[in-house]
Design a protein. Structure first.
Length: 173
C-alpha cells in the first residue's frame, strides 16, 4: 500500500473506530467481542482500501462491513469455544459522566438487554436507525435490502423490544 493510502486509512480508522465498536457492542452485547468485530472490520476495510476510499459513502461501507462481520461471527458459533466460568467484577468506567445516574444506567441496561433478545435483523435495523441515526434509505443500503424491509423490520423490532423490556421490568419488580 502506498504511503498516502496508509495515512488516509489511519485517519479513517482513528476517526471511526470508537463508533464502529459502539455499534458492534449494541449488536453483540459483549465489549470484548465488539472490540474483535471492530478490528476484523477494520482489517477487511484495510484490505480493500485502495478500491473503497474513492467511494462517497465510506462510513456506510464501514457499517456494512461491520454488520456482515457480526452476522458471519454469529453464523459460526463454533469459532468461539470459550466458556465463561463466573461473572467479571464491576470496574470503574472512566467514560461515565455526571449525567449517568443509577436510574439512567438502569434504563440503558434494560434497553440493551431487551435489544439482545431480538432477532439479528431486527436488532441490526434498530441499532442502525436509532443508535447510529441513519435514515431508512441509508439503513437499507448498509443492510443490502429494500426500504420496505427496513420499515417492516423496524416496526417489528420496536414492538418486540417493547415486549421484551416489559417482560424484563416485570421480572425485576
Amino acid at each position: 500500500m502506498r504511503q498516502a493510502d496508509e495515512e488516509s486509512f489511519r485517519r479513517y480508522a482513528v476517526e471511526h473506530a470508537a463508533r464502529l465498536r459502539r455499534s458492534a457492542f449494541l449488536l453483540c452485547g459483549d465489549w470484548h467481542l465488539a472490540q474483535d468485530l471492530m478490528q476484523m472490520a477494520l482489517i477487511k476495510i484495510y484490505r480493500s482500501w485502495s478500491r473503497v476510499q474513492k467511494d462517497d459513502s465510506l462510513t456506510n461501507y464501514g457499517r456494512t462491513v461491520l454488520l456482515r462481520t457480526w452476522l458471519d461471527e454469529k453464523r459460526r458459533p463454533w469459532r468461539r469455544s470459550e466458556q465463561t466460568a463466573a461473572a467479571v467484577p464491576e470496574q470503574h468506567d472512566e467514560a461515565r459522566g455526571p449525567d449517568d445516574s443509577p436510574e439512567r444506567l438502569w434504563a440503558r441496561d434494560l434497553v440493551h438487554q431487551g435489544l439482545l433478545r431480538l432477532p439479528p435483523r431486527q436488532r441490526a435495523v434498530l441499532v442502525l436507525r436509532y443508535f447510529d441515526d441513519l435514515s431508512v434509505a441509508e439503513t437499507a443500503e448498509v443492510m443490502g435490502c429494500s426500504q420496505g424491509t427496513v420499515k417492516s423490520q423496524t416496526a417489528r423490532g420496536l414492538e418486540a423490544l417493547r415486549v421484551s423490556v416489559s417482560q424484563l421490568v416485570g421480572r425485576v419488580a
